[in-house]
Design a protein around this ligand. Structure first.
Ligand code: URA
Length: 251
């Protein structure tokens, strides 16, 4: 079966991170080749399997359109959004990337939450990771104002109800790691979910950091504000449950 076709100017724009207008100009100026043959018509339809050259630099069309997924070590003080009237956004970290306007956060971390945030131009993947139906497990390290009570793990596992929510939270797993620290596993990703779970048991989160999504952990070689692209193997980890996750709905 023939591969889907792409317009040459669009493919050149993607492949070399330049605008469609500049791509069309480069094509008309004879600076572009398709599979080694000079191509001067911006509207030419090319195969997805073709290789493009601009001034002698080669890029496969398939690679040019490959979706990107980045992991960011989000610092506190940044909003998980493309733009915001009052605060800096995580989008600012990606301004140097080609087609940065196509990159969006996978879900949201509160401005004061730090840690693992994914940013992608793959809308389908974004939906699969954030849809509560998919039950992707997200783990957070929480520090709390007051000591965590022995009864809290049971309460989290029971499916708590917050006064500002219409329905109960899906059961969550609470693993106490210190007098005022814990790792919390959730599968929904509702607004302020971890903070509100603690509010339900009369406590308050003072610091929150996302550690992992599925079995993908934050790369601790990334300083705050640094990011890197995920590989294919890492993408598969996102949909696997972490080893320490014990689904409270099944126990
Ligand atoms: N739960 C919260 O309360 N805040 C976050 O940023 C993420 C999960």
């Amino acid at each position: 079966m023939a591969e889907k076709l792409e317009r040459l100017d669009r493919a050149v724009s993607h492949a070399f991170g330049i605008s469609r207008t500049i791509a069309a100009r480069a094509i008309k100026a004879g600076r572009v080749a398709v599979d080694g043959q000079e191509a001067a018509d911006p509207s030419l339809k090319i195969q997805k399997t073709a290789t493009l050259s601009l001034d002698g630099e080669d890029v496969g069309v398939e690679d040019a359109f490959a979706k990107r997924v980045f992991m960011l070590n989000k610092p506190a003080g940044y909003v998980s959004a493309d733009r915001d009237a009052n605060f800096p956004t995580v989008a600012g970290f990606f301004q140097g990337e080609a087609r940065s306007e196509e990159l969006h956060c996978v879900g949201r971390l509160d401005a004061d939450t730090t840690g693992l945030l994914l940013v992608t131009d793959d809308g389908d993947l974004n939906h699969r990771l954030t849809s509560p139906k998919k039950g992707v497990v997200k783990a957070y390290e929480a520090l709390t104002r007051d000591p965590i009570k022995a009864s809290d793990a049971k309460a989290f596992a029971s499916g708590l109800r917050h006064p500002e929510e219409h329905s109960r939270y899906r059961p969550a797993q609470l693993v106490t790691t210190g007098e005022k620290s814990a790792v919390v596993y959730v599968t929904e990703g509702r607004f302020h979910e971890v903070k509100r779970l603690f509010e339900c048991v009369g406590n308050e989160v003072t610091e929150l950091r996302r550690l992992s999504i599925g079995r993908l952990e934050l790369d601790d070689s990334l300083d705050e504000g640094e990011y890197r692209m995920l590989g294919k193997d890492e993408l598969a980890l996102l949909f696997e449950a972490p080893e320490s996750w014990q689904d409270p709905e099944k126990s």
